[in-house]
Design a protein around this ligand. Structure first.
Ligand code: B12
Length: 265
């Protein structure tokens, strides 16, 4: 059985072709997956049975317990391997695709210089109690990430990196002082949905502090954001895992200059 099945074109002659995929474990299309989780119980036979039962309830059947290890007092970590019968239609998967051209640093600088005729001001921070600055530093600082330099390297961008644990009022004030064209916020900690609460608080504060059309472009990023949630969170763009500075710089040029829409609400 194939791991990918190509079906008929969508009714009405639509372009979306049905492409069904199922997991690959030992042989193509066998549906085998591996999951790991922790249960709040000491490691014994009953705990192992509970892990298998949970896996069955998740649709993994048969489920094989391949690893179990007690993690401190009263917790056990499990790895379960088994078969699922679920299929995924690739044509029905919804993701945010890059809808702007990827520019080089030279091209970004040239567009900003010629069209904006001043430096484009960017203010960045980790807000709330979040102290995970590595992600925002990778985007903003000249050292960048994976051999690609960060936004500080771009001659026509003025970058103000406020660092960790910045409060929303501090961020709004800094954006005002720096006449920010864009505000870049990083949120890595997601416990109790802190990244969502903090982002909503931030976007509401900018809307309250600045009249429509005057607020900066609001961008958030972090490894566990759902990139489709822009509207819900009141931001203009969300960037996830593996983002590069070049993508962010290209988006800034697209959203603020080459594809600038009417006043932002
Ligand atoms: C390094 C690290 C730390 C360091 C942070 C040092 C620093 N200056 O940043 C220290 C030791 C301080 C730390 C502390 C804690 N940490 Co910590 N930490 C990590 C670790 C190991 C790596 C994170 C990292 O640097 N990734 C590398 C960067 C480059 O990746 P990134 O953040 O995803 O960024 C990329 C994209 O997401 C995106 N991006 C990110 N931000 C932005 C912003 C914008 C605007 C844009 C466009 C893009 C963008 O672009 C970046 C480049 O591609 C992770 C585990 C892991 N392996 O991921 C845990 C992890 C993030 N930490 C975790 C936790 C729980 C904590 C603590 C609460 C632990 C504790 N009990 O004290 C504290 C919290 C401290 C605090 N107040 O925030 C959890 C978070 C769980 C969750 N989802 O909520 C993780 C996932 C570990 C785990 N599995 O439990 N941590």
């Amino acid at each position: 059985m194939s791991g990918v099945e190509v079906g008929a074109a969508a009714p009405g002659g639509g372009a979306a072709e049905k492409k069904i995929v199922r997991p690959y474990g030992d042989t193509t299309g066998d549906g085998m997956v591996q999951v790991s989780f922790t249960l709040p119980v000491p490691h014994d036979k009953r705990a192992e049975g509970a892990a298998v039962q949970l896996a069955n309830k998740m649709g993994i059947d048969p489920a094989m317990l391949v690893h179990a290890k007690q993690m401190g007092d009263g917790f056990t970590f499990f790895v379960v391997y088994g078969r699922v019968n679920h299929l995924v239609d690739l044509a029905a998967v919804q993701v945010v695709e890059r809808d702007f051209p990827l520019l080089s640093a030279k091209e970004v600088n040239a567009v900003v210089k010629q069209r904006l005729r001043r430096k484009l001001s960017v203010v960045g921070a980790c807000i709330g109690t979040d102290a995970h600055t590595v992600g925002i530093d990778a985007i903003l600082n000249v050292k960048g990430i994976a051999g690609e330099k960060g936004l500080e390297y771009y001659r026509e961008l003025k970058v103000t990196n406020l660092g960790a644990q910045v409060s929303v009022p501090e961020l709004v004030e800094a954006a005002r002082v720096e006449k920010a064209d864009a505000v870049l916020v990083s949120q890595v900690v997601t416990q109790r949905d802190a990244h969502l609460h903090n982002t909503r608080e931030m976007s509401a504060a900018f809307r309250e502090a600045m009249p429509a059309g005057k607020r900066p472009l609001l961008i958030v990023g972090g490894p566990r954001f759902d990139e489709t949630m822009t509207e819900e969170l009141g931001v203009d763009r969300i960037f996830g895992r593996g983002t590069t500075p070049g993508e962010v710089a290209s988006y800034l040029v697209h959203a603020l200059i080459t594809n600038r829409k009417a006043a932002r609400a």
